[in-house]
Design a protein around this ligand. Structure first.
Ligand SMILES: C[S@@+](CC[C@H](N)C(=O)[O-])C[C@H]1O[C@@H](n2cnc3c(N)ncnc32)[C@H](O)[C@@H]1O
Length: 258
């Protein structure tokens, strides 16, 4: 299945909003004033839209799934901000080399079929002295635990490279700076969270489909994993979610425009 068909399954906008905080935190943490930003695998544009609020000179959001870019455009319109949306695969982005001071990707390029090629494309877009910053779920965080809970049901699935610093260094090079980050995801309950995943999240919908009769057992284990990861407070279920943030390039992104 090609990535556009895969990510058009379900409705990423519904579940993506549950973990939108890292995209906002990423934009807030970067020096973007007057800078040109490209956000790869932008989805509904959470990181791209947040970058506009940080004073970026220009923001481009790239994604392979047209329905998600349409939603991103609606959200940018509602927010009254300007982002250029480009429908493309991150392996072949139709933008000129050295067009960005900062290239971002939240839980995006790490899913590309050829991650080294996706990073090479991100490097091509970045100006000398620029920065590439991407996030990925970590092995010890909630989504790493979710994957590990489901792993016995999918014995042929490979270990993701982007869940550990060692895996990231193997693909992105020893100079990649990897930090552990976290945010608190708020959901109604573990049961409701898993129900949202099975209705709207492409990997879970397609995984459940392929498991068929084994899905209810996997689902039950998933609910237990989520339950053990968080706690009920004030009528809501709060789960701390760990993830990794990787930076390539200069610390301050003083890019040189050519
Ligand atoms: C988990 S979502 C993350 C979206 C967004 N960055 C966020 O933080 O919510 C993964 C996104 O990657 C996009 N994607 C996956 N493979 C891609 C590829 N090869 N080229 C472009 N976009 C891709 C999907 O369409 C989807 O929007």
């Amino acid at each position: 299945m090609d990535p556009a068909e895969f990510w058009a399954t379900g409705d990423y906008a519904v579940v993506g909003d549950l973990w939108a905080q890292p995209g906002r935190d990423l934009a807030t943490s970067l020096e973007l004033q007057g800078r040109d930003v490209v956000d790869l695998a932008t989805g509904t544009g959470v990181t791209a839209i947040a970058a506009t609020a940080r004073g970026a000179r220009s923001v481009v959001g790239v994604d392979v799934t047209p329905a998600l870019l349409r939603e991103a455009a609606r959200r940018a319109d509602r927010a009254g901000v300007e982002v250029t949306w480009v429908t493309a695969d991150v392996l072949e982005v139709p933008l000129p080399s050295r067009c960005a001071d900062v290239v971002t990707s939240t839980f995006g390029i790490v899913f590309a079929a050829d991650p080294a090629a996706a990073l090479a494309e991100a490097r091509r877009l970045a100006r000398p002295g620029g920065q590439i910053v991407f996030t990925s779920w970590s092995a010890t965080g909630l989504f790493g635990q979710v994957r590990q809970t489901l792993a016995p049901f999918f014995p042929a699935a490979p270990e993701p490279w982007h869940e550990t610093a060692d895996g990231i260094h193997a693909v992105a090079g020893p100079g990649a700076r990897v930090s552990e980050e976290s945010f608190v995801m708020v959901v109604e309950s573990p049961e409701r969270f898993v129900s949202l995943l099975e209705q709207h999240s492409a990997p879970i919908i397609l995984g459940a489909e392929s498991l068929g009769a084994a899905w209810p057992e996997a689902r039950e284990q998933l609910v237990t994993t989520v339950h053990e990861a968080g706690e009920d407070t004030d009528g809501a279920f709060r789960v701390p979610v760990g993830y990794l943030r990787t930076t390539l390039g200069e610390r301050t992104a003083r890019a040189r425009r050519s």
